[in-house]
Design a protein. Structure first.
Length: 168
C-alpha cells in the first residue's frame, strides 16, 4: 500500500511536465512489444502521419541506442536519439529521447504494454525536464497529436502483422 501512495505522489509531482497517451491495439502484447525491438519493424511505423524514419544505428538492449532521422512531410529532417534505459519484455520499456546523446533537453518515456483481452493496451508516459519544455512540445511540435498518430501507425502495422500471422 505504501508503494501505491508513493507512486501516486511521484505522478502528481510530474503531472505538469508530462504527456500521457494510450491506445488499445488489436494484437497480442508480445507482437506489439516486438514492434519496438527490431529496426525492421520500427522503420515501418515510427513517427507521426507523413513522416518516415532512417536508422543510422540500432541496438535494442539496456544501455543500447537508436540513432535515427525523422523526415518530415515538408522535407525537414529531425535528428533523433534514444537510449534504452530499462527493458522488461513484454511489459515495459523505459527510454531517454533527445536530439543527440548529449541533449540537455532529453526527456524520459515509459511504455507499458498490458493485455486487454486478446488485444494490448499501450500507455506512453513522457516526462519532460521542465513544464516549459512540455508546453513547447505540445504547442510548437504538436506532441500529443504526433504521439497519437504514432500509436495509430503502430496499431495499423501490428494489426496487419497479426492478421498475416493468422492467415499464414
Amino acid at each position: 500500500m505504501a508503494g501505491a501512495r508513493q507512486e501516486a505522489r511521484a505522478e502528481s509531482a510530474t503531472a505538469d511536465r508530462e504527456i500521457v497517451i494510450s491506445r488499445v491495439i488489436d494484437a497480442p502484447r508480445e507482437l506489439v512489444f516486438e514492434a519496438f525491438t527490431e529496426v525492421r519493424h520500427l522503420s515501418r511505423w515510427w513517427g507521426p502521419e507523413g513522416f518516415t524514419t532512417t536508422t543510422r544505428s540500432f541496438e535494442f538492449r539496456e544501455g543500447g541506442e537508436w540513432v535515427f532521422v525523422l523526415h518530415g512531410p515538408d522535407g525537414t529532417d529531425y535528428s533523433e536519439w534514444i537510449r534504452w534505459v530499462r527493458i522488461a519484455p513484454p511489459e515495459r520499456i523505459e527510454l531517454l529521447h533527445g536530439e543527440s546523446r548529449d541533449d540537455p533537453n532529453a526527456f524520459e518515456s515509459v511504455l507499458a504494454f498490458t493485455p486487454d483481452g486478446a488485444a494490448t493496451r499501450i500507455v506512453m508516459r513522457t516526462v519532460f525536464p521542465t513544464k516549459e519544455q512540455r508546453d513547447e512540445a505540445v504547442e510548437k511540435y504538436h506532441a500529443v497529436e504526433g504521439g497519437q498518430q504514432t500509436l495509430s501507425n503502430l496499431a495499423a502495422y501490428v494489426t496487419d502483422l497479426a492478421r498475416e500471422g493468422a492467415e499464414g
